[in-house]
Design a protein around this ligand. Structure first.
Ligand code: IPM
Ligand code: MG
Length: 355
């Protein structure tokens, strides 16, 4: 039975990069007999424009019944001042929450051909292969109460709540430890237990899970600020980095920069085994370059590669696609973010030529 992939092109450069994924899927169909149902739905600003909400209930239902969902990008200046529930980003947060994809895998790999595109010296990043496991359904992104109140003197008070329960920490910790066993068997857990109560609980729960189930895996606790410094200084010391929603958001952008370009990094958001995964390039909608054919489609293509591997049960095609991306880079294919001259669809051509 063929699997179903739901495409959410979204905003800004989203449609441009997802179009390249659709081309890749066509090649896999024609040349490798790949069978896949591909559907699409409106999402983000595009959905707000058409039906007033960043994601409709119907689209959420379709996402939950698909095997995998691939999102392009979301947001843009047009909606920046809209009320929160009318903002494109809320579509993404609702989707993550509704799909219960609590473990966000964000690999930061420095491809050999691109080591000179890094903001760091080649020797610091060559061969880099680290994996963030970012908690994605909790923390300050969803904690209540939150709001902006008006104080008696007319000034305002804005607040958010950082909150984690034992269960939320445990389920994402299991994912990180399991993953580490298939890699270099090391987990660094990042929090601010020196300042935050939720950070202290995070450290306690991760310690307990490690002791009860994964004593064969090396665990270290690193304060998130120190982790930022270590990532910028000597990133290769890490293997799996387990962290909360907000620190994971910030630190994965940092990790992206040192791999050469944020246009390269894919992600997979996973929930319970057997449930659909949500795949997203970690870059944003990049409104400044949208519609100009300048976007690098590799993060989207590699997100689809993660979908093939983690949700679509086609590891063979994932290997093939991954090899094709590396081969294209090795032959010098570069979009502008990597110092090259290829436009978005020419980068797609380069990968397709290798396929
Ligand atoms: C990311 C993005 C999102 C986030 C935005 C678009 C809501 O920055 O996936 O890293 O903050 O999680
Ligand atoms: Mg982010």
């Amino acid at each position: 039975m063929s699997k179903t992939l739901l495409l959410l092109h979204g905003d800004g450069i989203g449609p441009e990069v997802i179009t390249q994924v659709e081309r890749v899927i066509d090649v896999l169909r024609v040349s490798y007999g790949f069978k896949l149902n591909v559907e699409s739905a409106l999402f983000g600003g595009a959905s707000i424009n058409a039906c007033g909400v960043p994601i409709s209930d119907e689209t959420i239902a379709r996402a939950k019944s698909a095997d995998a969902v691939l999102m392009g990008a979301v947001g843009g200046p047009k909606w920046a001042n809209a009320p929160r529930d009318k903002r494109p980003e809320m579509g993404l947060l609702n989707l993550r929450k509704e799909m219960v994809v609590f473990a966000n895998l964000r690999p930061a790999i420095c491809f050999d051909a691109l080591a000179d595109a890094s903001s760091l010296k080649r020797e610091l990043v060559a061969g880099l292969d680290i994996m963030f496991v970012r908690e994605l359904c909790g923390g300050v992104y969803f904690g209540q109460p939150r709001g902006i109140d008006v104080l008696p003197d007319g000034s305002k008070r804005g607040y958010d709540t950082q909150v984690y329960t034992t269960g939320e920490i445990e389920r994402v910790a299991h994912v990180a430890f399991e993953l580490a066993r298939k890699r270099k068997n090391r987990v660094a857990s990042l929090e601010k237990s020196n300042v935050m109560e939720s950070g202290l609980l995070w450290r306690q729960v991760v310690t307990q899970i490690h002791q009860d189930y994964y004593s064969d895996v090396a665990l270290e606790h690193v304060l998130a600020d120190n982790a930022a410094m270590q990532i910028a200084r000597a990133p290769k010391q890490f293997d799996v980095l387990l962290t909360d929603n907000l620190f994971g958001d910030v630190l994965s952008d940092l990790a992206a920069a040192i791999t050469g370009s944020i246009g390269l990094l894919p992600s997979a958001a996973l929930g319970e085994k057997g449930k659909p995964g949500l795949y997203e390039p970690i870059h944003g909608s990049a409104p400044d370059i949208a519609g100009k054919g300048l976007a690098n489609p590799l993060a989207a293509i590699l997100s689809f590669e993660m979908a093939l591997r983690n949700s679509l049960e086609r590891e063979d095609l994932a290997d093939l696609l991954y090899t094709a991306v590396i081969a294209a880079l090795n032959k010098g294919a570069r979009t502008k973010d990597l110092g090259g001259t290829l436009n978005t669809s020419q980068m797609g051509d380069a990968v397709i030529a290798e396929l």
